[in-house]
Design a protein around this ligand. Structure first.
Ligand code: ZN
Length: 188
């Protein structure tokens, strides 16, 4: 079973205090991937910052996505549905004290599809923890981004080289779901 992780697609990361212009490129791609995931019963898991003022990141990046604020909300374009899961994090990693591992295991997920921001920061740290826990990793390169092209490209390269992540595209992933679905329907 695969699951789609949507990391830090929050108002502060797209429009607010940590605004990333390049995030706009990936919004329609993630939106389409999530719509198809839901159609194929692939779990969609949002993991976004919900910081406390004392969190280590705050002194480095300034206040962003503070717990309970508008900036910590998921952007309207990618609004979750009732079936989706929403977890909060306080570090770069989607696994660190968030309950993500327990959720993935209870859903029998073996492969995580990482989307969202940033390729070289939270996506990377989430990939590290996924790798340490034995998950396979897929990264659709049109669904992740960074502040700069260089950060993004180097981030992808690192994910591939260090965690064995399969760098792919949202269309390829959607195609694989459709194919698997076809196989099931022709068998029955
Ligand atoms: Zn943060």
């Amino acid at each position: 079973m695969e699951a789609v992780l949507v990391i830090d697609m929050l108002k502060d990361f797209v429009y607010g205090s940590l605004k990333c212009e390049r995030a706009h490129r990936i919004i329609p791609n993630i939106k389409k991937l999530l719509e198809e995931a839901r159609k194929h019963n692939i779990p969609v898991i949002y993991i976004g910052d919900a910081h406390l003022p004392t969190d280590p990141e705050i002194s480095l990046w300034g206040p962003h996505a503070m717990k309970g604020t508008e900036g910590a909300k998921i952007i309207d374009e990618l609004a979750p549905t009732e079936k989706d899961y929403i977890l909060e994090k306080r570090t770069y990693s989607g696994f660190h004290e968030t309950g993500l591992d327990l959720l993935l295991r209870s859903l029998n997920v073996k492969t995580v599809i990482i989307t969202g921001l940033h390729t070289n920061i939270c996506d990377r740290h989430t990939a590290a923890d996924a790798y340490f826990r034995g998950y396979k990793i897929k990264v659709p390169e049109d669904c992740v981004d960074s502040f700069t092209e260089q950060d993004h490209i180097e981030g992808l390269e690192y994910l591939k080289r260090i965690y064995g992540a399969e760098i792919t595209t949202s269309n390829k992933i959607i195609e694989s779901w459709k194919k698997a679905h076809q196989l099931i329907t022709t068998k029955s």
